[in-house]
Design a protein around this ligand. Sequence first.
Ligand SMILES: *[C@@H]1O[C@H](CO)[C@@H](O)[C@H](O)[C@H]1NC(C)=O
Ligand SMILES: *[C@@H]1O[C@H](CO)[C@@H](O)[C@H](O)[C@H]1NC(C)=O
Ligand SMILES: *[C@@H]1O[C@H](CO)[C@@H](O)[C@H](O)[C@H]1NC(C)=O
Length: 394
Amino acid sequence: MINRMSSMMRMIFICSLMGAISVPLVSATPVDLSAEWQVDPKYNANEAYCELQNMVGVNSIMAYAIIKDGNIIAEGYGEGRSAAGIYQPWSVTKSIANIIIGLMITNGDVAANDTLATIFPDPNDWINVSDAPAKMTLKLSELMSFTSGLTRGGLIIGYATLREELASLMYEEENRETWIYLRDDHIFSWIIYKVTGMTPRQYALSLDFFTKLGINETEYNWGTFGVEPLKLETTAHSFQTNVRQLAKFGQLYLQGGVAAPGGEQLIAPSWITESTTSQPEEGYPQGYLWYPTSRGYEARGIFGQYISVIPSRNIVIAALRRDCIGSSRGFIDAAHSRLDKLDNGVDGACPESLWDRVVPDWAKVGMSLVTESVFGDDQSSLDYYPSNHHLRSP
Ligand SMILES: *[C@@H]1O[C@H](CO)[C@@H](O)[C@H](O)[C@H]1NC(C)=O
Ligand SMILES: *[C@@H]1O[C@H](CO)[C@@H](O)[C@H](O)[C@H]1NC(C)=O
Ligand SMILES: *[C@@H]1O[C@H](CO)[C@@H](O)[C@H](O)[C@H]1NC(C)=O
């Protein structure tokens, strides 16, 4: 695997491994996610907020929300963005797919060690599929940790049939157990569909899942692929909503898979632990479609979209950046470095001195970049999305 990595990637991988220490994963005090977020007394009146606000609206930071102890304590929106908007969090959708599969696991519909032979038993789906016997042995767990030996996935626009999806996958036996990220592939949509007989959205609705998270039908948009009558919701990208709602997915995991105090166990805690801890024994720290970090775990989408869960602080941060410009990591790191300051209340408006103090950080969030049209040149996104195929405009 090392041969396949650039020196930049090697560095990141080593640094990330050093950071991936074990942390307690589940918080003790669930809140009712079906209700609006409760507001912390220091809401938007704390030093962290005063400093982070300097980054909003410049350099493409478009929205963030920080949840602490189950209450919203800071949030901000760039020009033209709002708490109720619907925005694209790109591959954060993969981590939401992990949650949907977590519902299936918890309901006993599928197991992490089920193979594609079990999940896709119809021989017609395998006609003319290269390396079909090997692909049939791939486990769901291997697919979810990107260690299946699949070195190329399907197209970002998806396929109309499962056979085309399976045929699009390139398998290399020698790369089994090697971490290789498949950025665009929607195989999890097919897995959910074939196991449950429902599209991902239908399955979630059948369990009242979004209602339990307080996300009503007007508050999200879930992109689809395929042709009528079979359109499946995407699982690589395009579960679109806003930061207040994205934070609920992180909070659901933070509170151990229950959506309310005393609520039913929607997701098994063992699935949450397994999904958010590193699965490949070596290589890039990757759970099941979540990324373990030194602080906890993250959902990541290209160009700086995040749900970051920090169990030791009982904090969830959701942050969205506008596409295509600048450093993708700057804002979330800035937020992480200010968690202590959430406790430092300020009276009324943010003091001038605080606003001044953050100016040097602006460089971190990409002052130097000016164009919105370049998709492939965002090196900082490449940092987090290394893969065999390079980033190209969809
Ligand atoms: C598959 O996973 C299930 C649930 O974790 C476990 O009970 C079973 O023993 C596993 N089967 C194999 C063949 O590893
Ligand atoms: C499989 O490949 C054969 C030979 O190229 C072709 O004749 C047949 O139509 C293909 N079947 C499907 C279902 O694509
Ligand atoms: C859905 O949520 C939005 C925003 O909170 C609200 O304005 C709308 O009335 C809700 N719709 C339904 C059907 O509950």
